[in-house]
Design a protein around this ligand. Structure first.
Ligand code: PEP
Length: 246
């Protein structure tokens, strides 16, 4: 039985005043029967980790080196030192805006583990790739390339996020979600064996809202969600946390 996860990605949103949303979320989700992860901008990690209680605070990216001449970057050790317990890696916005490759995401995943962070590794196809019938090939390749051989259920979560569903209000059909998640599960079992492959949580991401989370989280091999826009307000995200509990 995999414990469900409700993970929020705040992206480049949030000032110190937004810590009030985290506090409201903590109050409204106390004792929740699922893992809750909030990934704010790096500037808020330390302040939020200080008040987050059972809510895990995560980063949105890290460098693969521990220290060095990498202006503007943040290492996994720095995230951990600030109080993070997890980090999103290979989000499609990082892959598109910063040209991140599977090999780089793989190195970042190793860095996350080195620092003691759980990696949330993202995969997902573009609309053109889906229209061309390439979805499974694309996400299968991303999964293979982005996850190191030592992947376990404890050190890694995988998030399937169709690029065309992120921030658009559009979602795949439940059958399409099931097809991808069943495919990812089978690939994980083949590569890592029954115990690890069946233990790794698979999140769906892309326009998850309180109104559609229950049906999406009930789909085969969907172990919760990675949520952007609807994670910014505690009132919205607590509805998604409730869906992850059911
Ligand atoms: C995301 O950025 O990971 C995401 C899923 O965004 P949204 O929920 O806004 O589509």
């Amino acid at each position: 039985m995999r414990r469900k996860v409700a993970a929020g990605n705040w992206k480049m949103n949030g000032l110190k005043a937004s810590i009030a949303e985290l506090k409201a979320l903590k109050a409204s989700t106390a004792g929740a029967n699922c893992d809750i992860i909030i990934c704010p901008p790096a500037t808020l990690i330390a302040a939020m980790a200080a008040v987050s209680g059972d809510i895990i605070i995560g980063g949105q990216d890290c460098h693969w080196n521990e220290t060095g001449a990498h202006t503007g970057d943040t290492s996994a050790e720095m995230l951990k030192d600030a109080g993070a317990g997890a980090v999103i890696l290979g989000h499609s916005e990082r892959r598109a805006d910063h040209g991140e490759t599977d090999a780089e995401v793989n190195k970042k995943t190793l860095a996350a583990w080195r620092a003691g962070l759980q990696a949330i590794v993202c995969v997902g196809e573009t609309e053109a790739q889906r229209d061309a019938g390439e979805t499974l090939d694309v996400i299968g390749g991303q999964l293979d390339g982005s996850t190191p051989d030592a992947t376990t259920a404890a050190n890694t979560i995988v998030a399937y996020e169709p690029v065309w569903a992120i921030g658009t209000g559009r979602t795949p059909t439940l059958e399409e979600v099931a097809e991808v998640h069943d495919y990812l599960r089978a690939k994980l079992v083949t590569r890592f064996g029954d115990e690890i492959g069946n233990g790794i949580r698979l999140l769906y991401g892309g326009s998850v809202k309180p109104g559609n989370a229950v049906e999406i989280f009930a789909v085969s091999n969907v172990d919760g969600g990675l949520v952007g826009g609807a994670s910014l307000k505690a009132t919205d995200f607590s509805g998604i946390v409730s869906a992850a509990e059911s």
